[in-house]
Design a protein around this ligand. Structure first.
Ligand SMILES: Cc1ncc(COP(=O)(O)O)c(C=O)c1O
Length: 483
């Protein structure tokens, strides 16, 4: 392994033939030689690149503006900045972070409908113009403290089936939207578009369809009131790994026809999204160490030889729900432990609970699972840990945030450098489009998706237009467009 010389972010090169899991293994082996058995992450930045290319292929008309709140690691933000995505920022600090890695203000949407005045002023001072709103009070604030805001009206959605609901807190109804647009007109503000969020961890793709149709209604309303509407923002909610019931491709198979119906290519509306989880979840693997253990005897055991029933095990590990597993508290989420040492085929499994290290009894990571009889110092791994983990973790009880080791293959690094310097390579669909770019870069397997989904995916003029927009020197068209 080695590090890239002269780059402005830190990661270690992954040698040919190795994967993130091998690096986890190496770190665990190194830990055998010392007392330091702190929990750690391995984050594969190449996985983010693969996700980006998959996005371009599957949602070709939609420009991603990464939601920084999901994972604000500098390495993640820098990777996406190299790849040319935009950014959804929720606060002054996120705007500063994104701008500190060289992202232009035109690539930022300040997508928090309820903002502190000083943060609006900061956005104005730093040239960030696009921002969302969903109330009259926000309009009045923006009118008084921003010089040239381009406002995006956030509408409510049916997010009742999402893992994390957001429309309980944000989003105007269609009726309120009319009143807000009228008020914006009175205040002399420039409303340029509509945004929505179907909730994080969306399980019902129809909610995108309905929201896109509602957005069309608001567009027409706003146009009648004299606004020039040029931006549709379809928010986040996309899955971050392939372990979910609803795949990214299945969601896209609903979004693409809805866009074609309500916002056809020739209507010249720029379409963006604010994916968070999608980009980062699968890039991170977390390794935790067993620091304590209890054997709980089941006093109501049926018989003495019924070994399986007579005891359960409680493992205590060195990261918990007040740290990286905060999603368990927040999302009522479930995380899946995997073993570092493969169990023998006939190894006995016990009912287990896994607890975090703090003194709080809510600090339970897994309530029920089946694991072998592990020992102190053994490691348990959790995959898909990149979303809402590092940003939500606290130092409750004095436990420090878990260290992250970033890795990337040389192929992915070279490809990223090329994209950064020249834009995406110009390849027509006949030449194989993005898929072909990937196979040239050793990413043949990036699209392990069912053919049935792929057939439904839109591959129309959007992708070609996008690819043809590059001359190896320019920015992607969505980044050079003005609103
Ligand atoms: C305004 C906004 N945009 C984008 C996101 C990212 O959502 P996801 O991680 O589901 O893609 C969130 C998540 O809370 C959000 O509040």
């Amino acid at each position: 392994m080695g590090s890239p010389a002269g780059s402005d972010f830190d990661f270690t090169f992954l040698e040919e033939g190795l994967c993130a899991r091998d690096i986890v293994e190496q770190k665990i082996n190194e830990s055998l030689l010392s007392d330091d058995k702190d929990a750690f992450y391995v984050a594969d930045l190449g996985d983010i690149l693969k996700k980006h290319l998959r996005w371009l292929r599957v949602l070709p008309r939609v420009a991603p503006y990464y939601a920084v709140k999901c994972n604000d690691s500098r390495a993640v933000v820098t990777t996406l900045a190299y790849l040319g995505t935009g950014f959804d920022c929720a606060s002054k600090t996120e705007i500063q972070l994104v701008q500190s890695v060289g992202v232009d203000a035109s690539r930022i949407i300040y997508a928090n409908p309820c903002k502190q005045v000083s943060h609006i002023k900061c956005a104005s001072a730093h040239g960030v113009q696009m921002m969302t709103f969903d109330s009259e009070v926000e309009l009045v604030k923006v009118a008084s403290c921003h010089d040239n805001a381009k406002l995006v009206l956030r509408i409510a959605t049916d997010d009742s089936k999402a893992m994390w609901r957001l429309s309980l807190k944000f989003g105007a109804t269609l009726r309120t939207s009319r009143l807000l647009l009228e008020r914006a007109k009175e205040l002399g503000l420039d409303v340029i578009g509509v945004s929505f969020h179907v909730g994080s961890g969306c399980t019902d793709p129809e909610s995108y369809y309905q929201a896109i149709s509602d957005a069309r209604y608001v567009f027409d309303l706003a146009t009648k009131l004299g606004f020039t509407m040029t931006l549709l923002d379809i928010g986040g909610g996309f899955p971050g790994s392939d372990d979910t019931k609803l795949s990214f491709e299945e969601i896209a198979a609903v979004i693409n026809p809805a866009l074609d119906k309500y916002f056809p290519v020739d209507c010249k509306v720029r379409i963006i999204a604010e994916p968070g989880r999608y980009y980062v979840e699968s890039a991170y693997t977390l390794a935790v160490n067993i620091i304590a253990k209890k054997v709980i005897m089941n006093e109501q055991s049926a018989s003495d030889d019924d070994v399986a029933e007579d005891r359960s095990l409680m493992y205590y590990v060195n990261d918990g729900v007040f740290g990286s597993f905060n999603c368990v508290l927040f999302e009522n989420g479930h995380v899946l432990p995997t073993l570092h040492k493969k169990p023998k085929p006939d190894e006995h499994l016990f009912p287990c609970k896994i607890w975090g290290p703090s003194c709080d009894s809510q600090d339970q990571i897994v309530e029920h699972c089946s694991l072998p009889d592990l020992q102190l110092g053994d490691w348990i791994l959790f995959e898909n840990m990149g979303a809402y983990t590092v940003t939500l973790s606290t130092t409750f009880n004095g436990f420090q945030k878990t260290e992250i080791h970033y890795i990337m293959s040389r192929t992915a690094w070279q490809y990223m450098q090329q994209v950064r310097a020249q834009g995406l390579p110009l390849l027509s669909e006949e030449q194989g489009g993005v898929g072909s770019v990937l196979s040239h870069c050793g990413f043949e397997n990036f699209l392990e998706v069912p053919n049935s989904c792929l057939r439904e995916v839109h591959t129309g003029p959007g992708l070609e237009a996008y690819l043809k927009g590059f001359n190896f020197t320019g920015e992607p068209p969505w980044l050079t467009d003005t609103c």
